[in-house]
Ligand binder design. Structure first.
Ligand code: GLN
Length: 490
């Protein structure tokens, strides 16, 4: 296996043992992106010079015999809705096409402090709204395992860039599943931490009570390290948690004998593809072999989560996206008669159809007369869904289910049917509504060779148990060691 195909851990060891320099590793990643990305479409823009500067700093430290951070020199991508000073943040939208950020998001600051070379900004569904990455105003992203299939969304570029071995790590954002779904479709691990664990300062807001930044990687260990690097209190984000993150990466290898696991009944019923179901059942059996108990757990209110989400998320989006008015940032329509005309034309021309649909839905749900019927009801139901979830976690330590009822679907097969697209998120949304940590890891392949993801969720703030149980399963299954053929393209 080539070094680029390896995990961050293995690359770190190669750097420390001087088998390769950080500059060489970054250059290899640049070559790979140049080779693959015209086909793949994972990047909106690249920042190779900056990445090489960072790599050189890592090499200087190594030459001086200094210790380097675990992630130093490891090629990484940032979803293009996170700001990085003096580079474009487009959110894959025409309205921000030429917007250059004057500041760094907190996660970008933290990556820089860890000397992580950032190779570029990864493609996404416009403003992170979508499940297939087909809503980007610029380019679709293709699935590295099958170029005719979607990579999942909205963090499709972040997932495809890691899966295809263009980079080793990346960051995504997850409002209703946008880290976990693409991780599942692309055969890698994606992790949404507890709401508030990672600062969102500098992340372009979609739905503020749901948004969370999290890592993508090729192993649980890599993901745990990247999570630790970006997590922690930040006074610049008022929803940031003032709590210790704790040391997770060095406590992953724990005997999980006796762990109580719940398998979510409603997500193993009708509509789940056979291969997906078998892979989840196989994961459950593996846990039993490891000495865990597995029982069926019912979450009867889960079926309402999509309805609740599409009211809460669109309502918050309609308010958050009001700032894109042609005055403060980005695109401004020309030949306008007056201010109102300028607002209308800018927003009509600048936003794509899915974003407009959400702004209209959200504005409607918040308008007087409808607020009580829709928004208030949705918030009440959100509370009940969270109660249901917390009740279940009194009986078990973690919950498992498929990340998605299906594996990656064909490009263009759902793009014209928003409702079918929304249903893709049936298994992921509850973790955003409750704020709980949730992860997707590869546990098998379907008959067509497409990856299958298992979702593991735990109680709020219980990242440690979640990652320990994922680590134990990964060690036995080893599915994370598979790479798509694309990785080997020279
Ligand atoms: N697919 C969901 C949506 O379209 C989730 C998006 C996300 O998590 N950013 O809203």
């Amino acid at each position: 296996m080539e070094l680029l195909e390896k995990t961050a851990k293995e690359q770190h060891e190669a750097l420390v043992n001087k088998e390769i320099s950080a500059e060489e590793l970054t250059k290899a990643s640049i070559e790979k992106i140049e080779k693959l990305d015209k086909t793949l479409g994972a990047f909106n823009s690249v920042t190779f010079d900056k990445a090489l500067e960072t790599a050189k700093k890592v090499d200087e430290k190594i030459a001086k015999g200094e210790e380097i951070p675990y992630l130093a020199g490891i090629p990484c991508a940032l979803k293009d809705n996170m700001n990085m000073k003096d580079t474009k943040t487009t959110c894959s939208s025409k309205i921000l096409e030429n917007f250059v950020s004057p500041y760094d998001a907190t996660v970008a600051v933290k990556l820089k402090e860890n000397l992580v070379p950032i190779l570029g900004k990864a493609n996404l569904d416009e403003f992170a709204m979508g499940s297939s990455n087909e809503n980007s105003a610029f380019n679709i992203v293709r699935n590295p395992y099958n170029l005719n299939k979607v990579p999942g969304g909205s963090s499709g570029g972040s997932a495809a860039s890691v899966s295809s071995c263009e980079v080793t790590l990346s960051l995504g954002s997850d409002t209703g599943g946008s880290i976990r779904l693409p991780a599942s479709f692309c055969g890698i691990t994606g992790f949404k931490p507890t709401y508030g664990r990672v600062s969102r300062y500098g992340l372009v807001a979609f739905a503020s009570s749901l948004d969370q930044i999290g890592p993508f990687g090729r192993s649980i260990e890599d993901v745990a390290h990247l999570y630790e690097a970006i997590a922690g209190y930040d006074e610049k984000d008022s929803t940031s948690l003032k709590m210790e993150v704790g040391n997770i990466s060095s406590n992953l290898d724990k005997d999980i004998k006796g762990l109580k696991i719940g398998i979510i009944k409603e997500l193993m019923a009708e509509g789940i593809e056979d291969d997906v179901k078998s892979a989840v059942e196989n994961a459950a059996k593996t846990y039993e072999k490891l000495g865990c108990t597995v029982e069926e757990i019912s979450l009867p209110l889960l079926k309402h989560s999509i309805g609740v989400y599409y009211i809460v998320a669109t309502a918050e989006a309609s308010s958050n996206l009001a700032r894109f008015d042609g005055v403060k940032y980005g695109y401004r329509a020309q030949n306008c008669e007056n201010l109102l005309d300028m607002y209308c034309k800018t927003r009509s021309q600048g936003f794509g159809s899915e974003v407009k649909r959400r702004i209209m839905l959200g504005t409607y749900a918040l308008s007087s007369g409808y607020y009580d019927a829709y928004y208030k009801k949705a918030q009440q139901l959100r509370r009940l869904i969270a109660n249901d979830y917390n009740e279940a976690l009194k009986k078990v330590d973690i919950l498992i289910c498929p990340t998605c009822p299906t594996t990656a679907f064909d490009l263009n097969s759902r793009a014209d049917n928003p409702l079918a697209m929304y249903l893709t998120d049936i298994a992921t949304i509850f973790a955003n509504l409750t704020g709980a940590p949730a992860l997707s890891m590869p546990v098998g392949f379907d008959k067509g060779g497409m990856p299958i993801g298992l979702q593991i969720t735990a109680g709020t703030l219980n990242e440690l148990t979640l990652l320990q149980s994922a680590y134990a399963l990964e060690k036995v299954l080893g599915v994370n060691n598979q790479r798509p053929d694309m990785c080997a393209v020279k």
